[in-house]
Ligand binder design. Structure first.
Ligand SMILES: [Zn+2]
Ligand SMILES: [Zn+2]
Length: 495
């Protein structure tokens, strides 16, 4: 299961006000960037990934970064508030990766779960610092900051700048200068508590991270400053190899002590990121930073396909969005006969460009009828689809794999007799382990497969979130990625 999700609408959710406003970024970060034209030229010369420029959003939800840039207020550290008890090891760790298929390209939007989440729990504001104690990043003035993050200060969809200092770099840790970070729908769901209550704020999301190593701890031998690395959804696990079967067998994503990249730790919506060295992925210098969504979206759809399908199989991909478009590319490159399955005929052209041989619009009775019993395997990247209808497209003994993350409280509803008679399997998969990640990185390098993305400047993060959450002014062109280069021309980190 990964960051993909349910068919609900975000539009009733009003962004909440930002609690901490005493942050300023005195530089006009938005204007200090290279022209988009240059950026596009540079990118197109790499031929990967496919990138489109975001349209200018309507000012429904003004960028908090832009707003902050105008507000020449003094820069105060975010205050520590009385913290609620930190939830113990809880079920939210089970779901640390997840993406919501977007309505439009992702075919999903989100709904009343969000407003409920936003209302439900404000007792935990500022408890990030309490949860992490002496291992917490500390808010500070911009002049003292080692990094600037973009944070949700309370449940909602509004991000604001947060200058911070890292905790001391431990012997086995690595600190990187982030160059790119993907915006996953899971980030929005997490920020609004649509997955779970009890999120720690300020929340710095981001688990599709690419950067260059700045510092390594004394016991890190595999990496050195200057190396390009990636980072995904997991930042830790028990690593008790004698007693934990999951860690011993390279399935740390099933470890009961696995730790997600953010909450309460800071994720990758930041110019600088620090974590345990053995959870980073070494990347070739030629790896395009814009391909950062591989580290969640890719890691969600690649592992089940790699484990379950072989060339020649007839594979369906349900939901042609952030996850689904990558699943189409992977399935095609694995030598399968690929069918894109959607509820919108508008996806057909793109789906075929991504590798689909066939297309089924689930709202077209004739197309569905022709597809009944035709597929060996279906990967379903969203939870908004009729499971029974999907299974009707499978052959007897076919398998339906669910990998789109639901919001809290969602249940499946399907006719069991139909599944039983056809002896079909319904299974689920979570975003992959490090072994899966290494396999995926080999695969994309050999097959030259990268996500299709839209790139936003870091200072324009609110526009990316508005696009993800509200489709304002449009839903992302498959995935949204933040780039730090333009921002770093205006910010000099302190030592
Ligand atoms: Zn994600
Ligand atoms: Zn373990």
């Amino acid at each position: 299961m990964g960051c993909g999700t349910s068919k609900k609408s975000f539009k009733d959710v009003s962004p909440t006000k930002v609690v901490q406003k005493e942050v300023k970024l005195s530089n006009n970060v938005a204007s200090a960037t290279p022209s988009s034209k240059n950026q596009e030229q540079q990118i197109s010369s790499q031929k990967k990934p496919e990138i489109s420029k975001p349209q200018q959003p309507q000012s429904k939800n003004p960028s908090s970064a832009q707003k902050s840039a105008k507000e020449e207020k003094s820069l105060e550290p975010a205050k520590k508030a009385a913290a609620s008890p930190v939830p113990a090891e809880n079920s939210k760790k089970l779901l640390n990766s997840h993406e919501v298929p977007q309505k439009g390209h992702g075919e999903t939007s989100i709904d009343g779960h969000l407003s409920e989440g936003i209302r439900s729990n404000k007792a935990n504001l500022n408890n990030t610092y309490e949860a992490l104690k002496d291992r917490s990043p500390q808010p500070c003035t911009l002049g003292d900051a080692q990094g600037v993050a973009m944070a949700f200060y309370e449940p909602g969809t509004t991000l604001s700048p947060l200058p911070f200092r890292h905790p001391e770099l431990l012997d086995r840790e690595i600190r990187i200068n982030v160059t790119h970070v993907g915006c996953c729908q899971g980030d929005v769901l997490w920020g609004t508590q649509a997955f779970f209550p009890g999120v720690h704020y300020p929340l710095v999301p981001g688990h599709e991270i690419v950067g260059i190593i700045d510092k390594v701890g004394e016991k890190v031998t595999k990496y050195q400053p200057g190396d390009k690395v990636g980072f995904g959804v997991w930042r830790d696990c028990c690593e008790q190899y004698d007693s934990c079967l999951h860690c011993r067998t390279g399935n740390e994503n099933s470890c009961s002590k696995r730790v997600g990249t953010y909450d309460p730790h800071f994720g990758g919506y930041a110019t600088s990121f620090q974590a345990k060295g053995n959870f980073f992925y070494k990347l070739d210098d030629s790896f395009p930073g814009e391909a950062a969504p591989l580290f969640c979206a890719g890691m969600t759809v690649f592992p089940p396909l790699q484990k379950d399908v072989v060339g020649g199989m007839k594979v369906g991909v349900v939901g042609i969005g952030g996850l689904g478009h990558l699943a189409l590319k992977f399935a095609r490159a694995m030598g399968t006969e690929v069918t894109a399955i959607s509820t919108s005929s508008s996806k057909e052209t793109d789906a075929k460009e991504f590798g689909a041989h066939h297309f089924i619009n689930l709202k077209d009775e004739k197309q569905v009828k022709n597809g009944i019993g035709s597929l060996d395997y279906i990967i379903n990247t969203a939870t908004s689809y009729d499971i029974g209808q999907c299974c009707s497209l499978l052959k007897p003994r076919g398998t339906l794999n669910l990998c789109g993350a639901p919001t809290a409280g969602e249940n499946l509803n399907f006719n069991l007799l139909q599944i039983l008679i056809n002896q079909q399997r319904i299974q689920a998969s979570l975003v992959g382990s490090r072994l899966d990640g290494e396999a995926m990185l080999d695969f994309v390098r050999i097959k030259n497969i990268y996500p299709t993305v839209e790139v936003y400047k870091f200072a324009d993060v609110q526009n990316a979130i508005n696009s993800l959450a509200f489709g304002n002014p449009h839903y992302p062109n498959y995935r949204a990625v933040l780039e730090m280069g333009s921002f770093m021309k205006t910010f000099t980190p302190a030592n």
